[in-house]
Design a protein around this ligand. Structure first.
Ligand SMILES: [Zn+2]
Length: 406
């Protein structure tokens, strides 16, 4: 089949798929496993994956499921995107395996949002359809550490690391220091692990406006990592809202340097965005998974959290600079590329083409020369033309400012 025909067919397939997403499901969706069954399963990874696929299949008008990368043992680090709003919120769970009750909680939060969307309902007085269609997009990663969770549920309930025996929540580049012994490991260097690399790249590419990570236990909220002035005021306001919603207490900002290089620490220090760690599962320390009997309490404390943070985000005035367009490539790999929108067309800097294509031939280069324009004196190529010449399918989603290439 010639390349041109193939691209044409893919375009038709794409058009048909987008048309089919106009119908919104009315009937209640049934799932292959309950949340309790998923929590008590010996294969939490597969069951979580299955549930995410079920969400994506049943609510395809508003969801997009992709893998942000692979774990040490090559398990997919799946992310479910929900909504098409311009502000982006990232919620993740299970950096630490034995704390994977957060995985169940995030699945439940996803389900709650999707059901309200389809029913044209409200959560906390907020029309969910309005919120997700135009205001915010949620990105949920329920299993940051799938290898660790599998080790945990198969005979090592206190397991705390990834498959390389690194504590993923001490592997981010925020006052990272090297410390490795039998009970503590920050890894050989910051971002040494594929899981933290994938989370980092996702954050850099999507450019979230706010992030939240679920851990257990303690009923406490970490919110501070050296913010000053307006940023501190902004983040304390979110923290107080989280406290009022959950009933958890705020961790004092003093001595914040006693625990460093966590996901939230990196978001606050390097990305300069509001970021929070919520320790769910009771006022206690735990060296094993939270008992299932606790789950209802956790759900009641946290069911409003996604919508509450979205509502507060919509009132936030100052954002961290202009958002550049994010690029999603091959449905799974993320690449950071300087993409600029100009008069409704997207351009990629010539130097970044290698991200998409690897090396390109001189003949291809010649062809692309015709579309070269200079933006701020830097040569750029029209992204659609480039994708076509590389035989890739290109789609720009204006509402979420995201380019998809598969
Ligand atoms: Zn933790």
């Amino acid at each position: 089949m010639s390349k041109r025909i193939k691209v044409f067919i893919l375009a038709i397939i794409y058009t048909l798929t987008s048309l089919s997403t106009f119908s919104v499901q009315a009937s209640k969706v049934t799932y292959s496993k309950t949340l309790e069954q998923i929590y008590k399963s010996k294969d939490v990874y597969t069951e979580t994956q299955k549930r995410l696929k079920e969400f994506n299949k049943n609510y395809s008008s508003i969801t997009y499921l992709f893998s942000a990368g692979k774990s040490v043992l090559k398990r997919d680090l799946q992310v479910l995107k929900i909504g098409n709003g311009s502000k982006k919120i990232f919620i993740n769970a299970a950096h630490h395996p034995r704390e994977y009750i957060g995985t169940i909680l995030t699945l439940n939060q996803i389900q709650n949002l999707l059901e309200a969307y389809v029913a044209n309902g409200t959560i906390d007085g907020q029309k969910v359809r309005n919120l997700l269609d135009t205001q915010v997009t949620f990105y949920f990663m329920p299993l940051v550490n799938p290898d660790g969770v599998q080790i945990c549920v198969n005979g090592s309930p206190s397991y705390y690391f990834n498959a390389n025996k690194v504590d993923l929540n001490h592997n981010y580049d925020a006052l990272w220091f090297k410390k490795i012994n039998s009970t503590y490991s920050t890894g050989p260097k910051a971002f040494s692990e594929p899981e933290t690399q994938a989370v980092r790249d996702l954050c850099l590419n999507i450019e979230f406006d706010l992030t939240l990570a679920y851990h257990a236990a303690g009923n406490i909220i970490y919110w501070y990592f050296g913010q000053e002035g307006a940023d501190r005021t902004r983040d304390l306001a979110y923290a107080n809202m989280l406290k009022a919603t959950t009933g958890y207490s705020l961790v004092s900002p003093s001595n914040y340097k006693s625990s460093t290089s966590g996901f939230k620490d990196w978001c606050v220090q390097k990305l300069k965005i509001p970021s929070f760690t919520l320790e769910i599962g009771g006022k206690r320390g735990l060296s094993k998974p939270v008992e299932w009997s606790y789950y209802n309490t956790i759900w009641n404390e946290n069911k409003l959290i996604p919508v509450r943070i979205a509502k507060q985000l919509m009132t936030q005035k100052k954002f961290n600079g202009d958002k550049k367009t994010a690029l999603i490539y091959k449905n799974s790999l993320f690449r950071q590329g300087q993409i600029i929108s100009l008069e409704g067309k997207q351009y990629i800097a010539e130097k970044d083409i290698v991200l998409l294509a690897g090396k390109i031939s001189d003949a291809q280069k010649q062809k692309l020369n015709q579309t070269r324009i200079y933006i701020n004196k830097i040569p750029h190529i029209n992204l659609e033309t480039l994708a076509k010449s590389l035989n890739l399918v290109f789609r720009f989603e204006k509402s979420s400012n995201t380019v998809y290439i598969s």
